[in-house]
Design a binder for this molecule. Structure first.
Ligand SMILES: Nc1nc2c(c(=O)[nH]1)N[C@H]1C(S)=C(S)[C@@H](COP(=O)(O)OP(=O)(O)OC[C@H]3O[C@@H](n4cnc5c(=O)[nH]c(N)nc54)[C@H](O)[C@@H]3O)O[C@H]1N2
Ligand SMILES: Nc1nc2c(c(=O)[nH]1)N[C@H]1C(S)=C(S)[C@@H](COP(=O)(O)OP(=O)(O)OC[C@H]3O[C@@H](n4cnc5c(=O)[nH]c(N)nc54)[C@H](O)[C@@H]3O)O[C@H]1N2
Ligand code: SF4
Ligand SMILES: [Mo]
Length: 704
């Protein structure tokens, strides 16, 4: 090793969001001097966002736990790893003996952590029969179910080939703030500018004029939760104009293609347009543009998946991309060929093998809807969850009905959280097991490679040596699994380390790489742009695209019923992301926190005026399940009839140990979202479109 005190520059990948930007971290000893974009990184080409520098704040944060803690008489006590493992193992064994059910909740950062993935199965096995939840049912499960039904595998994600397209339609996504989702597309802004420079166009459909909408060529407001109307109207406009042309996909479409059209033709474009509030002429023009010369993409994200008709939306999006011949075509929605093939390494996925005790919801990919977790814990009976393991998740702030879940957690006999902070969720834990600092671990984009705009491989070494006594997430998972297995007297196989597992997966992958080769290229290895891969890549037994999954067709009837009924004239609540926040975490970085208050209720002047609300007034926003108070932000950027509040705030709950975030704790939108509102097909939570009322906060409340 070179002189530890001389400044050195380390290359690594920022793992915070899906963009996976290459960064240059300059360190002197353990001091982080700077974090910059790596201009030579194979995918991000120098791009970073403000969150990259927060890696240093996270690494150095005094609030970040460094040792396992145990709650004793309401106080946190630091304990050793072995004590933590053995006590947890004994408690799990006792729960098992009494037949008590354990729940597991996996949060979003686990998808950015390849090494946990390689060990997680062992923990599940050691725990025995568990009830499983994750952030997937607050996010993208409708994508995966539709992919499983239509293409034969839940992980066959179509990727928007923005670098070669002509028309890009983004519905319910704001990549300028989110940096892209189910789409690893670093520096998306430059890619949009390049699209426009070559004569292409970006169109956005969103109830808010977002950062992305502001650089788009065309934007339309849409009434929250009505996207199926827009998608069906687009399809019917193409049909009427004789523009439907699946091209080379035609022989791969099963008979469901005709069945789908028969069902869609029962709708009328005028009704659909009135329902979603996008003018018929605009829809017809968009349909003609998408189906016209050159490739066109329809891409939908959180705004369409996290709503009442999430699954229906994702199905209709696939039909649109097929109808224009853009699926699996250059410049369209393409399928990747990543060096580690998740499709080959995992099962196709499952649906409705069993149902939830609460609400009788079908299992999807082995999980039950996270929206039901609070009620599941609170409802006595056979199979009731009595203990919970959380892994990098904060469901009290991220799941609907946060307050009820918050209360329910108190009733559990054991909560073990793998997390580095005392959060709104982990404050309920009996044990918190913290992973090492973010710069002390290695990184490989196992789940992000497959959704990237280009095929690539890039492995990051740890930048800093681990602090003494620290452990990586995977070690915690593996060691705890071993302790639990041994307390239960289970046999355990020898486990492979994450690096060994990764090496084996790379070698078995389509590019025949190995870890040593990937490791040697610190800027990453470019494995080329996407190429058409159907029909070979299809995982359906008949190598056809299954165009009309039964439950999607059926859900059209539910949609039609709503279309025919009265539309109540209530305000609808939607979410909002900001480039300087990431879900409920990273709020403890002063450099990210600075600037105006972000946790505001954005409201249109036409809705504010009749309610006598002025900009900055504290308002009460109330829904069926709760009420919160926060400042109003009057803006024409939000559609009339719509209120927008960001998620991830609400750090003011007793016992949370986030001193910087605590200065601007905000309130949680998920104290308003309804845990009983689910997309019935996928079980995804409905976090957009919640009916709410808004009024100025009453004097009496204000005085408290
Ligand atoms: N209303 C509304 N609610 C939403 C959304 C919305 O748009 N609107 N979005 C939803 C979406 S898309 C998602 S993905 C979910 C996210 O929901 P969650 O995954 O439950 O929440 P996060 O805020 O991502 O919490 C991550 C937790 O992991 C910890 N953590 C971070 N990195 C690591 C790590 O490397 N190891 C470990 N062990 N812990 C780590 C953090 O301290 C934090 O406590 O929220 C959902 N909730
Ligand atoms: N800076 C930052 N980046 C992030 C995150 C973060 O919290 N902060 N979170 C990460 C995670 S976990 C995810 S999943 C991704 C999400 O990535 P995106 O999906 O790009 O995230 P959002 O910015 O929430 O965009 C969703 C858009 O849908 C709109 N919308 C709401 N309701 C409706 C509706 O009914 N119909 C339509 N058409 N639109 C609607 C919202 O106004 C919003 O602009 O971002 C990731 N990246
Ligand atoms: S966009 Fe920002 S947070 Fe996301 S990977 Fe890049 S630098 Fe990190
Ligand atoms: Mo997400």
């Amino acid at each position: 090793m070179s002189d530890a005190q001389a400044p050195t520059v380390h290359k690594r990948t920022c793992h915070i969001c899906e963009a996976n930007c290459g960064v240059l971290v300059e360190v002197e000893g353990r001091e982080i001097l700077s974090i910059r974009g790596n201009p030579d990184h194979v995918l991000s080409r120098g791009h970073i966002c403000p969150k990259a520098t927060a890696l240093a704040d996270l690494q150095n944060d005094p609030d970040r736990l460094r040792r396992p803690v145990k709650k004793v008489d309401g106080e946190w006590q630091e304990i050793g790893w072995e004590q933590a493992y053995s006590e947890i193992a004994a408690k799990v064994a006792a729960l098992a003996e009494h037949g008590k059910r354990i729940g597991v909740y996996k949060g979003n950062p686990t998808a950015h952590n390849y090494s946990i993935t390689t060990q997680f199965r062992d923990l599940r096995k050691a725990l025995g029969e568990t009830t499983d939840y994750s952030a997937s049912t607050l996010d993208q499960i409708p994508h995966q179910i539709v992919q499983m039904w239509m293409y034969g595998h839940n992980a066959l994600f179509p990727i928007a080939d923005i670098d070669r397209t002509r028309t890009m339609l983004i519905v319910g996504g704001n990549p300028l703030a989110s940096n892209g989702s189910v789409w690893t597309v670093p520096d998306v802004k430059k890619r949009i500018e390049a699209l426009q420079a070559r004569g292409g166009r970006l169109i956005t459909i969103d109830p808010r004029r977002t950062e992305t909408a502001k650089i788009a060529d065309e934007h339309h407001f849409i009434r929250p939760g009505t996207d199926p109307a827009f998608f069906i109207a687009l399809l019917l406009s193409m049909d009427e104009a004789g523009l439907v042309d699946p091209g080379r996909l035609a022989p791969m479409l099963d008979s469901g293609w005709e069945g789908a059209w028969a069902a869609l033709r029962a709708f009328g474009i005028a009704d659909l347009s009135a329902h979603c509030r996008i003018e018929e002429a605009a829809i017809r023009a968009l349909a003609a543009e998408l189906a016209g010369e050159g490739p066109g993409i329809v891409y939908g994200r959180i705004g369409v998946s996290v709503q009442d008709f999430g699954t229906l939306n994702l199905w209709l999006i696939q039909l649109l991309n097929i109808a224009t011949g853009s699926l699996d075509a250059e410049g369209g929605m393409m399928f990747s060929n990543p060096p580690v093939d998740i499709v080959a390494n995992t099962g196709r996925g499952s649906y409705d093998r069993f149902r939830s005790r609460i609400g009788d919801h079908p299992e999807a990919l082995g999980e039950l809807p996270t929206a039901t977790l609070g009620e599941e814990i609170a409802t006595p009976g056979e199979g009731q969850i009595r203990a919970l393991f959380t892994l990098a998740g904060n469901p009290v702030l991220s799941a609907p009905g946060g307050e009820a879940l918050d209360a329910a957690l108190e009733s559990l006999e054991l909560i073990v959280s793998i997390d580095m902070y005392v959060t709104a969720t982990t404050r309920h834990a009996d044990y918190i097991l913290p992973p090492c600092g973010p710069l002390e671990k290695d990184h490989y984009p196992l789940f992000l490679g497959p959704i990237a705009v280009r095929n690539f491989a890039c492995y990051s070494q740890p930048t800093l040596e681990m602090e003494e006594g620290a452990k990586s997430d995977w070690e915690i998972v593996a060691e705890m699994a071993r302790a639990i297995a041994s307390a239960k007297g289970q046999e355990r196989r020898n486990i492979r380390t994450p690096r060994e597992a990764l090496d084996a997966m790379l070698e078995a992958g389509p590019h025949g790489l190995d870890l040593a080769t990937v490791e040697a290229s610190e800027d990453g290895i470019d494995l080329g742009e996407h190429e058409p891969r159907f029909p070979e890549r299809l995982q359906t037994p008949d190598k056809k695209i299954h165009c009309a999954p039964e439950l999607c067709l059926e859900d059209l009837h539910r949609f039609a019923a709503g279309l025919a009924g009265e539309t109540p004239d209530t305000l609808r609540l939607i979410g909002r992301r900001h480039v300087r926040n990431n879900n409920s975490w990273l709020h403890n970085s002063r450099r990210l926190l600075k600037g105006p208050e972000r946790c505001t209720a954005m409201i249109h002047p036409d809705d504010a005026a009749p309610r006598a609300i002025s900009d900055g007034d504290v308002v009460t926003v109330a829904s069926r399940v709760g009420a919160i108070q926060l400042p109003a932000e009057i803006s024409e950027d939000v559609m009339p009839g719509v209120i927008s509040i960001p998620h991830g705030f609400g750090h003011g709950r007793d016992g949370v140990q986030l001193s910087v975030a605590g200065e601007k704790p905000g309130v949680s939108i998920n104290d308003l979202t309804d845990p009983e509102a689910l997309d019935p097909v996928s079980g995804n939570a409905v976090l957009n479109g919640t009916p709410v009322t808004v009024e100025p906060m009453r004097e009496a409340v204000a005085a408290e």
